[in-house]
Design a binder for this molecule. Structure first.
Ligand code: PLP
Length: 397
């Protein structure tokens, strides 16, 4: 018998898998689109209780389930359901809760993509949307009709960072038996958990702070098990589910969530304070400053800081904004937020372009407004680059 035959023989003997006990340190990535079932009884059992088994990826996967559990803990909710993007979470949440003929009271200043969804999808679908100052109880009461089913707000509004009085809004929603949907993307559960104030659903763009590394697009909706099951059923039918890889990446990002955002909040406070002294700046928008219109609310609603977003208006409009962007060195223009690197955005041209220019002007989102997403770099490094940008903006006048 040749040596090679012996080796093949050995291989064959070794083909029988040996029972081994492995406990990986991190969650393995389950890419399979479907699971196999030894018998029809097992299939029947899955449909009777799917909480500890899987059938088809669109209906759940170990990676998405793991992240859902982590976010439910962070948000203090019974359940969560992931989505293919923040917009998918918002859309699937709204579709699951609303019917044509219903009406929504939405915050006046909200993310442009959400505004576009409300105007281009929900309204033609038969939902009336009224935009109100959600911190003004009288305006809310005035806007109420018997068709209103939902209030939609952002904890910290994009881009001028007004903080919503979730306490008052939660009370209003409860008294009027309305769903309260809160986008907690900018605040993150490190600052506040809207469920404490009675939110029906908390939605997030995972793309931002929860993943935190600008390498995932994802979303999540969290709430009671009954409500989240409704959203999940809708999402499974609609199909806007998160891929296992993006869930796996998000789980990785979530491991450093608290430590990242704490550093970001700290840096942002220092940046906002330093910006106030600069002559080229018309106004700084940061809820931690006592000059911010919602500072009082921020002190009540936000714990552990005031967030990592800082907006400011440059004197000199778009010309100054352009000069700032060009001269900011390592701080790059990137129309997203929440990553570990500090980035710049220009809301009028990007996130809020869906608004008519008169509406943007009315809301204060002028062409000189710059939005900084403050990262985890040393403050001195961030300030060095921001100062260069400010000097260029001043020189452009
Ligand atoms: C506050 C807020 N909500 C929702 C979204 C939408 O999230 P995504 O881009 O993941 O769909 C964004 C995106 O910028 C956002 O800023």
């Amino acid at each position: 018998m040749s040596e090679s035959t012996n080796i093949n023989q050995n291989r064959k003997d070794n083909d029988t898998p040996k029972p081994v006990s492995i406990r990986p340190e991190t969650t393995p990535l389950y890419t399979t689109s479907v699971y196999t079932f030894p018998t029809l009884d097992d299939v029947r059992n899955y449909y009777a209780d799917s909480s500890s088994s899987y059938l088809y990826r669109r209906n759940g996967n170990p990676n998405t389930r793991q992240v859902e559990a982590i976010i439910s803990t962070l948000e203090g909710t019974e359940a969560s359901v992931l989505a293919a993007s923040g917009m998918a979470a918002i859309a699937q949440g709204c579709f699951a809760l609303l019917q044509p003929g219903d009406a929504v009271l939405a915050t006046e200043v909200l993310y442009g993509g959400t505004y576009a969804f409300f105007e281009q999808v929900l309204r033609p679908w038969g939902i009336d949307i009224t935009y109100v100052d959600v911190n003004n109880q009288r305006a809310l009461a005035k806007a109420m009709t018997s068709a209103v089913r939902m209030i939609y707000a952002e904890t910290i509004a994009n881009p001028l960072l007004q903080v919503t009085d979730l306490e008052g809004l939660g009370r209003f929603a409860q008294e009027n038996r309305l769903y309260l949907v809160v986008d907690n993307t900018f605040a993150t559960p490190a600052l506040t958990t809207p469920s404490v104030y009675g939110s029906t659903l908390v939605v997030h763009s995972l793309t931002k702070y929860l993943n935190g590394h600008s390498d995932v697009i994802g979303g999540v909706a969290s709430g009671s098990k009954t409500i989240v099951d409704r959203v999940r059923r809708f999402a499974e039918t609609f199909g806007g589910v998160l891929s296992p890889y993006d869930a796996w990446m998000t789980e990785r990002g979530l491991q450093t969530f608290e430590i990242r955002v704490r550093k970001q909040f700290d840096n942002a406070y220092q940046v906002a304070t330093a910006l106030c002294d600069h002559l080229v700046i018309e106004k700084v928008y940061y809820p931690g400053l006592d000059t911010h219109e919602t500072h009082g609310i921020a002190k009540r609603i936000l714990k552990n800081g005031f967030g990592a977003m800082v907006s400011f208006e440059l004197r000199g409009g778009e010309v100054a904004a352009n000069a700032f962007v060009r001269a900011c060195g390592d701080i790059l223009f990137a129309p997203s937020l929440g990553g570990v690197k500090t980035t710049i955005s220009h809301p009028a041209l990007t996130s809020h372009r869906a608004f008519a220019s008169e509406e943007r002007a009315r809301l204060g989102i002028r062409d000189g407004v710059i939005r900084l997403s403050v990262g985890i770099e040393p403050f001195e490094q961030i300030w060095h680059h921001v100062s260069q940008g400010l000097a260029a903006a001043a020189a452009s006048q």
